[in-house]
Structures are given as structure tokens and as C-alpha cells.
Ligand binder design. Structure first.
Ligand code: DP6
Length: 353
């Protein structure tokens, strides 16, 4: 039997009523990046990835469901209190993809009310936190319909569903370090849903500061789904996937040993490789802005002079995440506000745990 069959939910329910569920879910920052999907498969990554779920930076979603009387289904989306139709195609596609696994959804019309704790237009990708919050809401409905649903299954299926909405969203279901994508050295890792990182982590990595420097508030980025597609013809893609695999093995040993310097080198290399992939795709694209580069050079200089453990990683955009041991927050915060503030539109203090 295919592994995805475990998640089928086909039978009819008698106990179907109107209701409301509310869930929150964090954004996450990848250390080893997911970039590239397997051809002709739905949301299957080309390499395994690992991320930290973030504190303070999350989406809260309220899902209101009404029994459907008319044939045509209605889904309305409200973002921070205002109706937003631009997300509708993505949500409809999501509902279509998960219909096989959540047949009960066909019985309802939905109103989705969602808000983020991070500021609007901060350039922080919200698809991970919003898709995972929505997947959790859907599982909360399933829980009401099915008499016994174990916690493990609840989270695993939520991650499975979230993945079908947005790949990185499947990692936001769990706190801490989370792995998605099958990797031979990580027990239980697989392409269908994420799992909490199952091995020993040195205490230095159990809570890290993550200060997000918002450099571009309104990124005109290419959609990540389009970006992933470009990997199909990227001449360096094969080497990238090989490198990601090797980096995962390296990270497992770094996380165990607590080697911060190696950790920093690895995450910076991953971030720059992600950007190299979009620069060498066709059509090519540049996510960094001049201020991104200023910040990266500043980080390198500061690290050399102060010997502080502060490292950057990047998402698919111009913004910079600075990661450092939480114990060093006071001096690092002081430096960020004195030396980096002028390059940023906003600064968001978060943490990884
Ligand atoms: C650069 O998860 O946004 O953030 O699956 O098409 O929705 P889709 O892509 P998405 O890609 C995120 C890519 C990344 C790296 C990462 O989070 O691993």
C-alpha cells in the first residue's frame, strides 16, 4: 500500500454540523534549503531540508464551516479583517489537492479568517505559516468527525496536507528543528510529511536568536512555485541536490557536537547556494538588494573583529535572518541597532526553538 493511502478519509459521516476552529502556526527558516521539486510529482522535494520553527512570527487562522446546501461551493478569505480574493486560486487548488484525503470537506462552505503576528509588508513569506495553520484547522474538523484520532496521526496528516499547500509549510507543524524529505541518515524522514529532528542536539542549538532584517518590504519576487520549476533546467541542479545531501550529513554531526563555527559556515553556504540557483536559472533573477550585500559584509567584518557567533541565512528574497546563540543577544542586539539599522526597513526579533 502506498504510504499516502494512510491519510485517505473517504467514508461518510453522520455527525456533520456547522462549526468554527482556530489554530496558529509559526513561520520557519530553513538551514538546509528546499529548492527544486521532483518532476511530474505533486510537491515532492528534490532534496531533504531542515528548518527551525520561529517564535513570535506566526499566523492565526479561524476556519468557519457551514453545511453546504447549494451545489456550488463557496470559500471566502479574510486577511486581517479584509476580504481578499487574490489568495482564492491557491486555496481552491489546495482544497482540490487534499479532497482525496479529506472527503468531508465537500460537505461544507468555508470562511477563512487569517492574521499574522508579523507586520504586513515585511517581505516575510507567510505561505508556510498560513498553509500550516489552515491544515491544522482542517485536521481539527477531522478530529470532530472521527471518534478517535491519535495526536501523532493528527500532526503527521496536518504536515502531509500542509505540504500539498506549500512545501515549506509541512515543517511549520512542529516546533524546533524539523526535517522534510527522505534522507538515509535520518530515521523516519520521508518526502510526504515532515518529522521533528529525531537526534541529539547540543544545548547551544536548542534556542537561538533570529533577528530578521527586513530590507525589502514589497518584494517583486518570482513566486517560489515558479522558482522551483526553474530548477528543472538549471545546469547546476544535480550538483546542488548532491551538495544538499552532503550538507545534511554534515549538519547532523554539527548539531550533535555543538560546533557553532561549522554551523555558521554551513548555513551561510546554503543561503548563498540558494541565491546562486536563482541567478543561474533561465530566466535568471536576483533576489538580493544592495542593502542585503551591505549587511552580509558587515556581518563578516563584525564576526572577524568581535569573534561573536553571528551568522546569516537568506530566504527567497532580499531579507536577512541573523542567527546567534540566545545568550549573546544583548551585545548582538546593540550592534544590530547601531550598525545595521540604516540598511533595514524593519527589524523583527524572533527566536528559533
Ligand atoms: C527558499 O515552500 O514557498 O523558502 O512548495 O512551491 O509553496 P512551494 O514553495 P515554498 O518554497 C520555499 C523555499 C525556501 C526554502 C525553504 O524554506 O526550505
Amino acid at each position: 500500500m502506498k504510504k499516502s493511502c494512510f491519510f485517505y478519509r473517504k467514508k461518510k459521516y453522520s455527525l456533520v454540523q456547522n462549526g468554527v476552529v482556530t489554530k496558529k502556526s509559526p513561520s520557519n527558516i530553513a538551514l538546509i534549503k528546499y529548492w527544486g521539486k521532483q518532476k511530474n510529482k505533486i510537491q515532492i522535494p528534490s532534496n531533504s531540508s531542515i528548518s527551525y520553527s520561529l517564535g513570535k512570527v506566526y499566523t492565526v487562522t479561524r476556519l468557519i464551516y457551514h453545511l453546504r446546501k447549494k451545489k456550488k461551493r463557496s470559500i471566502r478569505i479574510f486577511f486581517s479583517g479584509k476580504e481578499n480574493t487574490s489568495f482564492l486560486p491557491k486555496i481552491l487548488e489546495f482544497f482540490h489537492r487534499i479532497s482525496l484525503y479529506c472527503s468531508y470537506l465537500r460537505d461544507f462552505n468555508f470562511v477563512i479568517e487569517t492574521k499574522n503576528t508579523f507586520p504586513h509588508s515585511s517581505g516575510i513569506a507567510s505561505s508556510a505559516s498560513s498553509m500550516s495553520a489552515l491544515a491544522l484547522c482542517i485536521m481539527e474538523i477531522e478530529k470532530k468527525l472521527v471518534s478517535s484520532l491519535e495526536e501523532d496521526f493528527f500532526l503527521r496528516k496536518a504536515s502531509f496536507l500542509a505540504r500539498l499547500g506549500s512545501g515549506s509549510a509541512c515543517r511549520s507543524i512542529y516546533p524546533g528543528l524539523v526535517v522534510w524529505g527522505g534522507h538515509k541518515s535520518i530515521k523516519g524522514s520521508n518526502n510526504l510529511y515532515a518529522i521533528p529532528y529525531p537526534y541529539k542536539i547540543h544545548p547551544i542549538f536548542t534556542k537561538m536568536g533570529d533577528t530578521i532584517l527586513v530590507i525589502d518590504e514589497y518584494p517583486k519576487k518570482i513566486l517560489s512555485s515558479k522558482g522551483h520549476q526553474l530548477m528543472i533546467h538549471n545546469p547546476y541542479a544535480k550538483e546542488r541536490f548532491r551538495c544538499a545531501k552532503k550538507n545534511m550529513d554534515r549538519l547532523i554531526s554539527i548539531l550533535k557536537m555543538g560546533d557553532l563555527q561549522e554551523f555558521g559556515e554551513l548555513i551561510e553556504h546554503e543561503a548563498l547556494t540558494l541565491h546562486a540557483m536563482i541567478m543561474t536559472s533561465y530566466p535568471y533573477f536576483l533576489w538580493m538588494k544592495p542593502n542585503t550585500l551591505h549587511v552580509l559584509y558587515k556581518v563578516w567584518d563584525f564576526r572577524k573583529q568581535s569573534k561573536k557567533n553571528i551568522y546569516f541565512t537568506l530566504d527567497a528574497g532580499a531579507n536577512v535572518h541573523l542567527l546567534y546563540p540566545i545568550q549573546e543577544i544583548v551585545s548582538i542586539r546593540k550592534w544590530i541597532y547601531s550598525d545595521l539599522f540604516s540598511y533595514c526597513k524593519k527589524i523583527i526579533e524572533s527566536f528559533c526553538q
